[in-house]
Design a protein around this ligand. Structure first.
Ligand code: CDP
Ligand code: MG
Length: 740
């Protein structure tokens, strides 16, 4: 009933001032023909440098603009900002003026929805205001969740800086496999996934006085589950304050969900942003991005940094290389272009560089994933290049296959991206797609993650928290019924749930590990196969989720030879190869020099070692004594015990098909088994690029499937118990040779 809805006193709602951020407006469908020529009227007018650099050029058409706010933000150049003290910077943020009202609102209401544009100071300032107002007195903590690791780390570092303390002291962060907090920590930033795990140890979040669920608009799976959990505990913990903060203006949905909680709006301030579209669709958006960066750099005045949105590390590296290549030849003739990548797995020392002010006479180009859309704010950006894509995982409930796809972004995301150009001055956003595509091909809003991913993880966690009736859990948007059913079935097949859907002892132990159910199961199975030392090494190597090997262009032959030296004999799979890498590294006493000689990323290895140490601690917690095995069969059986869903078989035509759903898949070109082509495989995950690729594959014998998952596989499904390899002989057909 909307009439019962609580309203917040006018004192701290300045709704009429919020004009920016409401999306691109379509004045009319008649596109203006004003082609944006980057200042140079004609190709032939240009000097030689320009022609040398740019043999092609992209024509953009201006069609729309994001309106700015009436109150213009103060224009602060990078140099001026550098001179500003931390205190002055804090005071310059939009949220500063409303700090008193904010604290009053928190005192008055248990749940508050906070809305304010990205960069207004929600994440860094609000927890500090609460701290200053005494909300952390009496040994309580103020928590703040972030959907992304990088954001949790960088924000905590920033806040520690602002408070003049060391990171990990009063201000700390906690992300998976990395806890940078101490007993003294009162402001704790963490990923949403970590807070979910904290519920296992502290179901009522007793140590917190305030919990801020930040970036709520991102609607990540973990944030969505947190909504239901925190709403529940707020009912019996009247002293717990909840803040749900979001960068988008449609907070009504959050307000309704939290029993009509009032909304606290922080008026945003933004300069107008002109939006340009390509005149025609671009076939290669990476190439188009490179060209656009150079076009801007060569024609647009300084200062004014560029932000490019790409889908992942690989794309970022490709564009980075191309830019270095293209600017190298003219290094002395053009202004310096500082190229800075930002993505989730980037080492933290390199991440912090993006916040450094750009030196005069240079331009910064930040190549970022959609982490820079809302969770991280970079000052000084005047140009945004938006190819219109992001990486998204999705789960096909029918085939049970989980994918990482590159998909087109939503209109809401496109407008968020554009808005990043107008923070420190009027901006320009170049969309590498047509105005028609924006209007007709982009969805209005992104689909919440909970409605498109595998829920095994979350269901196991909820069961461990004693929530049995998952179907009726209080979801903001419920997941599809069939996805829930599949999750329950998979957990049953893994042995985590019994036939009544209750958590088993195995399931309880599995939930102790901050891993997917399959990986957790593999770890627990290593007890039986007496190879937990090897298995946690493999887990650690896979969990660091970053490239282990590097392949410099000039040294490809050497790098590939080094990589092959870890494949072992016989070659049985990528898991074993990763294990070999780790063990050899350990033999050298974790030497950096050795990594260098073998084209291995030392940083990735160090992280793997950290993760491994933590997994070792968790083994102790579930009372598994670490044992080591030199027999690859037992290790591979343990892998199979976790990953038996991900099983594929080579058919008579020489194609891999998943065993359960007969889905065609391919061995990833980087795999050591690419040429081996064993008959039976389990894989770690499927990635979809040009084809459906299995990443990290492991050769198995079909009879192991019956041993590790007798309730899941029937003998006749595995009708080829001979387990022969595909013969590579010519002449005879594969069919004759395998007898199929
Ligand atoms: O959360 P919200 O988007 O509202 O803003 P914020 O993340 O609190 O950022 C406020 C200001 O702090 C921005 O101007 C950022 O540039 C700055 N900041 C920073 O300098 N370094 C960080 N690691 C995070 C924020
Ligand atoms: Mg924020």
């Amino acid at each position: 009933d909307p009439s019962k809805r609580k309203t917040v006193p006018d004192a701290y709602v300045e709704e009429e001032r919020i004009k920016g951020g409401d999306g691109a407006r379509w004045e009319n469908d008649q596109l203006s023909e004003a082609i944006f020529h980057f200042g140079a009227k004609d190709r032939h007018d240009r000097n030689d440098d320009f022609a040398l650099l740019l043999d092609e050029e992209i024509d953009f058409v201006q069609a729309t603009a994001l309106a700015g706010t009436e109150e213009k933000p103060v224009e602060v150049t990078a140099a001026e900002r550098k001179k500003m003290s931390i205190e002055e910077t804090r005071k310059s943020l939009p949220v500063y003026k409303f700090r008193k009202e904010f604290i009053e609102a928190v005192r008055e209401h248990q749940v508050l929805i906070i809305v304010g544009e990205t960069g207004s100071g929600k994440t860094t300032q609000l927890p500090q205001y609460l701290y200053e107002a005494g909300f952390a007195d009496g040994g309580k903590r103020i928590g703040c969740t972030q959907p992304r690791r990088v954001a949790a780390m960088s924000v905590a570092a920033r806040v520690a800086d602002e408070m003049g303390t060391k990171l990990g002291g009063q201000v700390g962060y906690s992300i998976r496999f990395e806890d940078c907090t101490s007993d003294r920590t009162v402001l704790k930033y963490m990923t949403d996934g970590m807070l979910l795990r904290e519920f296992l140890n502290e179901p009522d979040l007793a140590s917190y006085s305030v919990m801020m669920i930040d970036e709520a608009h991102e609607r990540t799976l973990h944030t969505d589950v947190l909504f239901g959990l925190v709403k529940d505990i707020a009912r019996f913990r009247k002293d717990l304050k909840l803040l749900i903060s979001s960068a988008t203006l449609d907070a009504d949905k959050f307000s309704k969900f939290f029993d009509d909680a009032p909304t606290f709006k922080i008026p945003g301030r933004r300069f107008p942003v002109d939006i340009f579209y390509t005149k025609a669709p671009e076939a290669d958006y990476l190439d188009a991005a490179v060209v656009s960066v150079l076009q801007i750099h060569l024609t647009q005045p300084l200062p004014g940094d560029i932000l490019v949105f790409l889908t992942g590390q690989e794309e970022i590296e490709t564009v980075q290389e191309a830019l270095i290549e293209k600017t190298k030849a003219l290094a002395t003739k053009i202004k310096e272009l500082i190229i800075l990548p930002v993505y989730a797995n980037l080492p933290s020392d390199m991440q912090s560089k993006i916040f450094d002010p750009t030196p005069p006479n240079a331009r910064k180009v930040v190549l970022a994933t959609n982490i820079a859309e809302t969770s991280v704010t970079i000052d000084g950006i005047n140009y945004v290049i938006d190819p219109g894509f992001c990486k998204q995982n999705s789960f096909d409930a029918r085939s049970g296959v989980e994918h990482l796809h590159v998909v087109t972004i939503s209109k809401a995301a496109a407008d968020q991206r554009a808005g990043r150009a107008g923070r420190t001055g009027p901006g320009k956003c170049f969309r590498l797609y047509t105005a028609w595509a924006y209007k007709h091909e982009l969805e209005d809003q992104p689909i919440p993650e909970i409605q498109r991913v595998n829920l095994g993880n979350v269901v196991l966690l909820l069961k461990s928290l004693g929530i049995h009736d998952i179907v009726h859990f209080d979801f903001l948007d419920p997941p599809p019924q069939e996805t829930l059913v599949i999750a329950l079935e998979q957990l049953y097949a893994l042995g985590a749930l019994n036939h009544k859907g209750e958590l088993t002892k195995l399931g309880r132990r599995m939930a102790e590990f901050p891993c997917d159910p399959q990986m957790s199961k593999m770890i627990l199975a290593s007890e039986k196969y007496q190879c937990s030392e090897e298995i946690i090494t493999i887990c650690a190597m896979m969990a660091c989720n970053a490239a282990v090997f590097y392949r410099p262009k000039a040294m490809v032959i050497h790098a590939d030879a080094a990589r092959k030296s870890f494949w072992g004999a016989p070659i049985v799979g990528d898991h074993m190869a990763l294990l070999n890498v780790y063990n050899k590294w350990k033999e050298t006493n974790y030497s950096q020099q050795w990594c260098l000689e073998n084209y291995i990323q030392h940083r990735t290895m160090k992280r793997a070692r950290d993760i491994r140490d933590q997994l070792e601690g968790l083994l102790e917690r579930v009372e598994i004594e670490p044992k080591s095995s030199t027999d690859s069969t037992t290790v591979r059986k343990a892998i199979t015990a976790g990953y038996f869903f991900n099983c594929s078989k080579l058919d008579s035509a020489g194609h891999y098909k998943t065993v359960k759903n007969k889905h065609t898949v391919h061995i990833h070109p980087n795999s050591c088994l690419l040429e081996e082509m064993p008959r039976w495989l389990v894989y770690y995950e499927l990635v979809f690029t040009s084809k459906e690729y299995m990443r990290e594959v492991c050769e198995i014998e079909s009879k192991w499937l019956l041993e590790v998952a007798p309730h899941y596989y029937k003998g006749q499904e595995l009708e080829d118990p001979t387990n022969k390899k595909m013969p590579k002989q010519k002449g005879k057909s594969a069919r004759e040779l395998t007898g199929e």
